[in-house]
Design a binder for this molecule. Structure first.
Ligand code: HEM
Length: 433
């Protein structure tokens, strides 16, 4: 056996078998996508998983190349379900007239760019200042509520709620049903990127159907009175009225549903991952307490090291070669940004969380090119506001001993709960000082 493990032929055969059988729902990938693919990135950076029917791409340069060409590599499969509908779930969705179709993220050129341009205004830097203030105020209020406790699950007390409130403010959508929306958002995630059991699938389909209904109702209410209203959904409603060819009714409805997931869970999980890793490195939290000006760079490095979206998809529209590998028209690609973000060809000492790294912002956690995340500066400003307030008020925060859990899925990665602790007595002194 040991002779076999040193034999290059045997090793390469084993690698081929592993490639063929690679499963994104396997324990290793689910635990840590980046390290589970490290040896593939080194030895077989693009490989075909027969089990999943996807090309898996792991190197930085290859993934960036693919993102850079939205014509050869279509985004049309980005929201395809990993677990197909059963006849029962298809029936449930039909009963809600479920009709989620194209949104910015899964449509092709030239219409994608035409729509993206129409919808860009709200994301300009000067329009986002109000969101920074809102995030700060909300974080301060929540921290006031729990600072005396000495131990909390940050996800439940802080990170799960605030990004959804900020997202709704940005969209101009009323925030009366936040917990219902959060529940629907999770259903949409499991429906698209998860592997639910047939029973779970029915529950998920029901919630997805309700989400579709709910989004339609809210839109109808919003459409009735657009005068003087602000928010990205109102911008879209106006475009729908003035330019229905570009912003169709279905587009508006689909966007309403997709954007809540795009804006909420991404930012909550990005922040949870960041806090978890910042607290895992000795003295880093205190350093940020004393030098808050380092926080934006720390946020960028955390997005590289542990971004909330670890993989994304594309489909080849023609036969093409990437890095010497032949990809046929119609083949599907699974791009693992988490592996690319730790590629030593791009990032020196990539396994090290280094907040002073000068090229951290080259990470691919927001995608790249034509579809690059439109909300990236909103995500960043929220992450900074969370970490600024927490390092400022609770400099002795530590990570509690805990086992992290997550809902199995291919693309969203982060803990469901994040327990941290501190000495409330010590805080009292500094807060009144
Ligand atoms: C697209 C990540 C927050 C809105 C994307 C994509 C990724 C991503 C990976 C796909 C990019 C591609 O295909 O090249 C993230 C992360 C976030 C975040 C990591 C938080 C840390 C937000 C927020 C919003 C938002 C807060 C809105 C308020 C969008 C939109 C697209 C998008 C509209 C589609 C853009 C297009 O296809 O033209 N995001 N996102 N995202 N994101 Fe984000």
């Amino acid at each position: 056996n040991s002779a076999q493990s040193h034999c290059p032929f045997h090793a390469s055969n084993k690698r081929n078998e592993e490639a063929t059988e690679f499963d994104m729902f396997g324990a290793e990938y689910q635990h840590c996508p980046a390290s589970s693919l490290q040896s593939f990135r080194e030895e077989k950076p693009i490989f075909f998983s027969e089990k999943m029917n996807y090309w898996v791409v792991t190197r930085y340069a290859d993934i960036r190349e693919i993102f850079r060409d939205p014509v050869v590599f279509s985004a049309r499969n980005v929201l395809e379900k990993f677990t197909p509908d059963t006849p029962e779930t298809a029936e449930i969705l039909r009963s809600y007239n479920y009709g989620m179709n194209r949104t910015l993220v899964n449509e092709d050129e030239p219409i994608h760019m035409e729509r993206r341009r129409e919808l860009l205004d709200a994301f300009e830097a000067d329009k986002l200042e109000g969101l920074r203030e809102l995030t700060r105020t909300l974080v301060t209020q929540k921290v006031d509520e729990f600072i005396g406790l000495g131990k909390v699950d940050l996800m439940a007390t802080l990170l799960w709620d605030i990004p959804v409130i900020v997202a709704l403010k940005f969209l101009g959508v009323p925030d009366d049903d936040i917990s219902v929306l959060q529940q629907y958002g999770v259903a949409h995630k499991v429906n698209t990127w998860g592997r639910p059991s047939p029973e779970e699938q029915q529950h998920v389909a029901t919630n997805v159907g309700k989400f579709w209904h709910y989004s339609g109702d809210v839109l109808e209410r919003m459409k009735r009175n657009t005068d003087g209203q602000s928010g990205w959904m109102y911008d879209m409603i106006r475009k729908n009225q003035t330019n229905p060819r570009v912003v169709t009714d279905n587009y508006l409805h689909s966007m309403m549903m997709a954007i809540l997931v795009a804006a909420h869970e991404t930012t909550a999980t990005a922040t949870a991952n960041a806090i978890k890793h910042l607290l895992s490195k000795p003295k880093l939290w205190q350093k940020l307490h004393h030098q808050p000006e380092l926080i934006p760079a720390a946020v960028e490095e955390c997005l590289r090291y542990a971004g909330p979206i670890v993989s994304w998809r594309r489909e080849a529209t023609q036969n093409v070669q990437i890095n010497g590998v032949n990809i046929a028209k119609g083949d599907k690609l699974f791009l693992v940004m988490a592996a690319a973000n730790r590629d030593p060809e791009q990032f020196e000492n990539p396994e090290e969380l280094d907040i002073l790294r000068d090229n951290a912002s080259e990470h691919l956690s927001f995608g790249y090119g034509a579809h690059q995340c439109l909300g990236r500066n909103i995500g960043r400003l929220e992450m900074c506001a969370f970490i600024e307030e927490l390092t400022r008020r609770i400099p002795d925060m530590t990570l509690s001993k805990q086992t992290f859990t997550a809902t199995p899925n291919t693309s969203f990665h982060g803990p469901e709960a994040l327990w941290v602790e501190w000495n409330p007595e010590a805080i009292k002194g500094t807060e009144t000082a």
